[in-house]
Design a protein around this ligand. Structure first.
Ligand code: ZN
Ligand code: ZN
Ligand code: FE
Length: 760
């Protein structure tokens, strides 16, 4: 029998997910000798034994993996045989190639949950229970490689019982870096907003009591603080809105289990899978009328965001309170999430009645992720806890490391290196100093974990975005400005490994165009390094700029002025009875003289404007509110549509929806319900878009189509448009990367790399 030796390198999410113990078990079962270790490239194995045994071992490595692992590649080669005895796990060593392999934070596994609820278990009711298959990872990592000493758990010394588990290859906690128990691990504390400790035997029972009594509690979680309250209590939720200064933007709700989730919202099989996935995002689903939730949780919204517990603390709290809890991010509206104890007390002191803290530090904040099922598949809308830092595989390889700084709203950053792109966690809207600091921290942390010194900096062309200014102030030589919608389209291309060209439909609120105007209803023929603007939506004047977005009645008026040749028939339209006539007169004057009324092509503005008109909703309390309601109003079975035109003589072609506006007014006057009008509106936009896509394909040749931009968070629009195109094109929607501006950075990175490659 020949004895052989093999060096095996496994890359991907392979650290902190029980990979080495799993390799150990396979090796022991196949009687292979050697060793396994973590290094900065992933996991490295040296295996020695009879040829058949080593082959079998290799095959099993290739064919299976621990549940939370994501293997992206295995390479192996023969090495000289060593007289190794047994198989061992050796401590981490640095490899030459820098690469992050810190896994994302993982929701508590069912075995750990069972232990926490088992009175006979030594971890009964212990809120920091975890194992190699679950627990905190990204949010507690301080350095790479991912080992306990490099995490915020370094402060806790394992007790003998935990140490035994940690060292026993047959144990579920073998090398579980955050392993802990009530004797040696982190502890809870209840504090008043002034920082005084509240004496209580059982912090969870104490807090559950406070929640049941209508109190607002700041709860320290995995990636930061939540503000929690009883989601069935209108008073509690109303108070939270007031204190958080958040008008109507929906709050996420955490429920104990799937049955409770199904009582609040329509949960299909895909929503079910998302809710129970190890990433545990907030899942947007259609709210049930009889949900039992306070109306204040998501006023007027057709959707509700639901999530299941993802830490033992959540499981215990939900079990103890026995009701759905609002779990919204612990911050004042527009500010980043609080994640350190002292910071939370200072910033949330005016919002929370009580604090549930613990002494395991969070190294960096990570918001809850948000996902939704669109066209039968999950789409990540906000990418943070649970997904970050899982990389996106990219082709062609990045020749030099790229840092992409993202956009202004829902900012994320991205580092591209080799064949992978790492999106950082959701940062938020870069409109205040706190968020800007968080943006800088996010970049610094990514650079540290990846050990990357970027050579190329990518940024949005908008000169006033803080992210663009940051990019331009960086010391690196090579900087590439990327057009907003080009970045959206390439983001979708990168996610699906499309080399281009593609026809990209990029519909969103706004993005800076190469002609310095606001784009946002764009059909592009795009490659990684360039694009041609084939078609655009007829622009609308935004009277007062951003004021038109906050007060979409101004958009409705602009639409009417445009569609009725400056003689808008306002009489009898309910919307305009809700706006003071003087204001209407002022805005008409602004529109007529184009005073402070920049033109914008954004598709989102049509949703805002027509929605405002038909639903008689003059104002939006948060970005996209009226558009969301307008989308939710649509009869999903409606198939009829309004008229539209395309101006084929202009360059780019112009999609002209004026006839639609006129017919909407006709329907309104005829008493047609909003449900039917909204369905026809969606159907019109779909038909008009499909028409220009077909025309683009006739002119430029058939190619794949990608649908991107914030408007494609709208499931009805995405499903209908994909449905209209699928017979002739391969149509791609986003999956793992947000269609909105949270996905921009990926596209920026790929575009910048392609342009930098071309220019050298
Ligand atoms: Zn576990
Ligand atoms: Zn212990
Ligand atoms: Fe955008």
């Amino acid at each position: 029998m020949t004895t052989v030796g093999r060096h095996i390198e496994i890359r991907g999410i392979v650290q902190g997910v029980g990979f080495r113990p799993w390799v150990y078990r396979l090796a022991t079962e196949e009687q292979v000798a050697g060793r396994v270790r973590n290094d900065t490239t992933g996991v490295t194995i040296e295996a020695f034994g009879p040829e058949e045994a080593v082959d079998l071992f290799m095959r099993r490595l290739e064919d299976s993996a621990p549940p939370a692992a994501a293997v992206s590649g295995i390479r192996s080669w023969a090495i000289p045989v060593e007289a190794a005895v047994g198989f061992s796990i050796v401590s981490s060593a640095f490899g030459p190639e820098p690469r992050v392999s810190i896994p994302p934070d993982l929701a508590t596994c069912s075995e750990c949950v069972a232990e926490v609820f088992d009175p006979a278990n030594r971890r009964y009711r212990y809120p920091f229970t975890n194992c190699t298959n679950c627990g905190p990872r990204f949010t507690i990592a301080r350095e790479v490689p991912y080992d306990r000493a490099a995490t915020t758990m370094a402060a806790f010394r394992m007790c003998p019982a935990c140490q035994r588990e940690y060292e026993d290859p047959s144990d579920r906690r073998f090398h579980a870096q955050p392993n802990a128990c009530p004797a040696c691990g982190p502890r809870l504390a209840v504090l008043t907003p002034r920082g005084d400790q509240v004496a209580c035997d059982d912090p969870i029972a104490h807090v559950a009591g406070a929640l049941a009594a209508g109190r607002i509690v700041a709860v320290k979680g995995l990636g930061g603080f939540h503000l929690a309250c009883d989601a069935t209590s209108p008073e509690a939720v109303g108070r939270l809105r007031l204190r958080k200064r958040r008008d109507e933007k929906p709050f996420a709700v955490m429920v104990a289990g799937l049955a409770e989730a199904a009582a609040l919202a329509t949960i299909g099989p895909e929503e079910w899978r998302l809710l129970t996935s190890v990433e545990r995002p907030i899942v947007l689903a259609m709210r049930r009328r009889e949900s039992g939730l306070a109306e204040e949780v998501a006023p007027r919204s057709p959707l509700v965001g639901v999530m299941l517990p993802y830490t033992p603390l959540h499981h215990l709290l939900l079990a103890e309170t026995g009701r759905p809890l609002v779990m919204t991010s612990g911050n004042l509206s527009e500010e980043p999430l609080a994640y350190r104890n002292d910071e939370a007390l200072e910033r949330l002191g005016g919002m929370a009645d009580l604090f549930l803290l613990h002494d395991r530090e969070i190294d960096a904040r990570a918001d809850d992720s948000v996902a939704r099922v669109i066209a039968g598949r999950p789409v990540v809308l906000r990418r943070a806890r649970g997904y970050v830092p899982r990389p996106v595989a990219v082709k062609p390889r990045f020749e030099a490391p790229v840092l992409a700084c993202g956009g202004l709203l829902k900012n994320t950053v991205c580092i591209g290196e080799g064949d992978a792109a790492w999106l950082g966690p959701h940062v938020g809207d870069l409109e205040n100093l706190e968020t800007y600091r968080s943006f800088e921290e996010s970049i610094a942390r990514m650079e540290k974990f990846l050990r990357v010194a970027p050579a190329v900096i990518a940024y949005d062309l908008h000169p006033d975005y803080l992210s663009s200014r940051y990019a331009l102030a960086r010391p690196e030589q090579v900087k590439v400005g990327v057009q907003h919608h080009h970045a959206h389209v390439v983001s979708a291309m990168a996610e699906h490994g499309l080399p281009g060209p593609v026809i990209g439909v990029a519909y969103d609120g706004t993005g800076y165009g190469t002609d310095k105007t606001a784009w946002g209803g764009e059909v592009l023929v795009a490659r990684h390094d360039r694009f041609e603007r084939v078609a655009t939506l007829r622009p609308l004047p935004l009277a007062g700029g951003d004021a038109a977005i906050r007060h979409p009645w101004r958009l409705a008026l602009a639409l009417l002025e445009d569609a009725f040749d400056l003689r808008p028939p306002l009489d009898g339209l309910r919307l305009f009875s809700e706006v003071p006539p003087e204001e209407v007169a002022v805005v008409r004057q602004m529109l007529a003289t184009r005073f402070c009324s920049p033109l914008a092509h954004g598709a989102g503005r049509y949703f805002d404007g027509i929605g405002s008109l038909v639903l008689s909703r003059p104002d939006s309390r948060y970005e996209g509110q009226v558009a969301l309601e307008w989308n939710g109003a649509a009869d999903p079975t409606g198939r009829s549509r309004y008229g539209y035109a395309v101006d084929w003589t202009s360059s780019p072609w112009e999609i002209d929806l004026r006839q639609m506006t006129r017919e909407v007014v006709r329907d309104l006057r005829a008493g047609v319900c909003a449900k039917a009008i909204s369905a026809r509106f969606h159907q019109t936009l779909v038909a008009a878009t499909a028409t220009v896509v077909w025309a683009a394909a006739r002119l430029h040749g058939s190619m794949p189509v990608v649908l991107t931009g914030g408007c494609f968070q709208n499931a009805l629009l995405a499903e209908r448009l994909a449905g209209a195109l699928v017979s002739e094109f391969s149509v791609h929607l986003h999956r793992h990367v947000p269609p909105g501006d949270g996905g921009l950075a990926l596209g920026q990175a790929v575009v910048a790399a392609a342009i930098a490659r071309g220019s050298t």
